[in-house]
Ligand binder design. Structure first.
Ligand SMILES: NC(=O)C1=CN([C@@H]2O[C@H](COP(=O)(O)OP(=O)(O)OC[C@H]3O[C@@H](n4cnc5c(N)ncnc54)[C@H](OP(=O)(O)O)[C@@H]3O)[C@@H](O)[C@H]2O)[C@@H](O)CC1
Ligand SMILES: Nc1ncnc2c1ncn2[C@@H]1O[C@H](COP(=O)(O)OP(=O)(O)O)[C@@H](O)[C@H]1O
Ligand SMILES: [K+]
Length: 515
């Protein structure tokens, strides 16, 4: 799914209004009806107090229009107009007048007004600012937002939590509504997926407001959201008359004394992803544990007992995953440099492999085109330097990826794969995956996909999806705390099977109101 920026959303709006020959008010009405239906299906007329905080622009207009529908269905509403400017939008005014026609007199909140009492049993609808926020809110609006947040009421955000900019970082952190749920129109916003701004939307959902499909199809975007729909076409089916040679030979290089397990995890995940053959290259101390743990994996050992000191092999793999558990001792750094100088195979580099590159930036020019680097945030910082905020991080990471022609997999709650100025935001995974060795499993998966003929960019995007999906499937049986890397790995097969499962049927719901 495409993620549009604010400018594109406004364009989409205009395009739709023109093509469908509707008024902007009709579009707002679509929004309002959708939000109302969402609430009505859940509340079923419950006599709960609903506070609607509405700004004076179109986000506020949405809120005021929702208030009208709620009132018509007998809900107990309190409409508050957050009067932060006198530049009221036409559609806001139109909807405000419709309220007044129905004898609903909103409570106008200005800088010197008292704020309404909100109980934690009330519901708040947050329609103060939408994608039009372009500067920090005034101090009194920040206070109002703090009041809303302190209420512990259920907060339904309209389009985007008020106080969040659509395409840049927050400056006043306490001036952003913490929404329990956000109903966002047509496209998710990039800020939902970044660690600094994602915290303001506990959950979100996209409402289809009928934006013109031609615009949606033809507009290029910087970021795509990756779900099952996006990865299914990437899947390469298996051929009946194939053999293990058809599916490649992956070499996993890594490990040091005390960290042999990381290579076990990566090698096993690589096999479970479907690589025809997997060989592990380890220091000598890894031989027995590896052979015992994974009989399917072949092993080459270094001359050194505890660390990798040379990377020489006589086999012919078609991809190498390197860096997990490697350590950064001098000898190993030297071996890594020598290896890079002669290597021509596709590479997936993780963990200490990335740390060695960070300490020796001159090695970066030795990487083959489209090498995949899979840093977690600390490794990323070592690699590209520190950043001001998440947007700055993405900018710097994109520049790095371009400069060294590498695919950067920025691991996190929503892992973002960057290549060729484009970002792919993953939607699978859960906090149970914040556990030792989880990243090693990812390295194995991505390496295993490349072994089977997936391009590096596809392997990264698809691999990240599969890894998260395996975690999501495994967590069902284990819970967040007890989910460990091996369990994620064991669910890789289920993650593949899940690709071909039909979605669950939608439960029957009460009739919503029509436009
Ligand atoms: N296709 C769609 O997505 C549809 C979208 N719709 C809805 O419209 C929403 C966008 O509406 P919007 O453009 O009127 O902007 P909104 O966020 O209400 O802000 C209002 C104005 O406030 C101002 N302002 C900015 N920052 C400020 C500040 N700190 N303190 C004070 N003032 C500030 C700024 O005006 P300025 O003063 O800069 O001229 C801004 O224009 C969108 O989120 C969705 O809910 C649907 O109705 C239809 C379909
Ligand atoms: N909160 C989270 N939600 C989803 N995925 C997560 C979360 N925390 C971590 N992960 C995933 O777990 C993996 C952790 O990788 P990494 O930090 O390299 O672990 P390790 O070095 O122990 O192998 C990454 O793929 C990351 O995306
Ligand atoms: K809002």
């Amino acid at each position: 799914m495409k993620i549009f920026n604010a400018k594109q959303i406004y364009e989409a709006d205009k395009f739709t209004i023109k093509k469908q020959q509707i008024s902007s008010d009709e579009l707002m009405e679509r929004v309002a009806i959708q939000i109302f239906n969402w609430l009505h299906l859940r509340l079923q007329g419950a006599p709960v107090k609903i506070h609607l905080f509405c700004g004076i622009g179109n986000n506020g207009g949405d809120g005021v229009a929702v208030a009208r529908h709620l009132q018509e269905h007998g809900y107990h509403i309190h409409v508050h107009i957050v009067n932060y400017s006198d530049k009221r939008s036409d559609d806001f005014l139109l909807n405000l007048n419709r309220l007044k026609d129905r004898k609903i007199w909103p409570n106008f909140i200005n800088s010197d007004s008292e704020f309404p009492e909100i109980s934690n049993e009330d519901i708040v609808i947050d329609a103060i600012f939408g994608i039009g926020l372009n500067r920090n809110p005034d101090a009194w609006v920040v206070k109002l937002i703090q009041n809303i947040n302190a209420s512990n009421a259920f907060v339904l955000g309209v389009d985007i939590p008020s106080g969040l900019f659509t395409d840049r970082a927050v400056e006043i952190k306490e001036g952003v509504v913490r929404a329990s749920y956000v109903l966002s129109f047509q496209t998710p916003k990039l800020v939902f997926f970044l660690p600094e701004t994602g915290i303001y939307s506990n959950q979100w959902e996209i409402l289809d407001i009928g934006i013109d499909p031609e615009y949606l199809m033809n507009t290029a975007v910087d970021y795509d959201l990756i779900g099952k729909h996006e990865v299914l076409p990437l899947y390469i089916p298996r051929e009946k008359f194939s053999h293990k040679g058809t599916y490649g030979h992956a070499l996993i290089v890594g490990g040091s004394y005390g960290k042999i397990g990381s290579v076990q995890l990566a090698s096993k995940a690589c096999l479970l992803t479907g690589s025809g053959l997997v060989t592990a290259y380890l220091p000598k101390c890894g031989y027995i544990p590896m052979q015992t743990a994974l009989p399917e994996v072949m092993i080459i050992t270094d001359e050194d007992e505890k660390n990798i000191s040379t990377i020489n092999f006589e086999i012919s793999p078609n991809v190498i995953g390197i860096g997990i558990g490697l350590s950064t001792v001098k000898n190993t750094q030297k071996a890594f440099e020598e290896f890079l100088k002669k290597n021509t195979l596709p590479l997936v580099i993780d963990a200490d492999g990335i740390n060695i590159l960070s300490e020796n930036k001159s090695f970066l020019k030795l990487l083959p085109a489209q090498t995949i680097l899979t840093p977690h945030p600390k490794e990323l910082e070592r690699l590209i330097g520190s950043w001001k905020d998440d947007f700055d991080k993405l900018k710097k990471a994109k520049a790095f990826s371009k400069k060294y022609d590498c695919v950067l997999v920025l691991k996190g709650a929503h892992t973002i794969t960057l290549y060729n100025n484009k970002g792919y935001i993953n939607t699978t995974g859960n906090p149970g995956m914040a556990t030792a060795g989880s990243g090693d499993v990812l390295t194995g998966i991505i390496t295993g996909l490349i072994a089977q003929g997936y391009s590096t960019e596809t392997a990264a995007v698809f691999g990240v999806y599969l890894h998260g999906k395996a975690g999501d499937i495994a967590v069902e049986n284990y819970g967040y705390q007890a989910l460990i890397a091996s369990t994620i790995s064991d669910a890789i097969g289920d993650a593949f099977i899940d690709l071909f499962k039909a979605p669950n049927p939608v439960p029957e719901q009460e009739e919503p109101i029509e436009e």
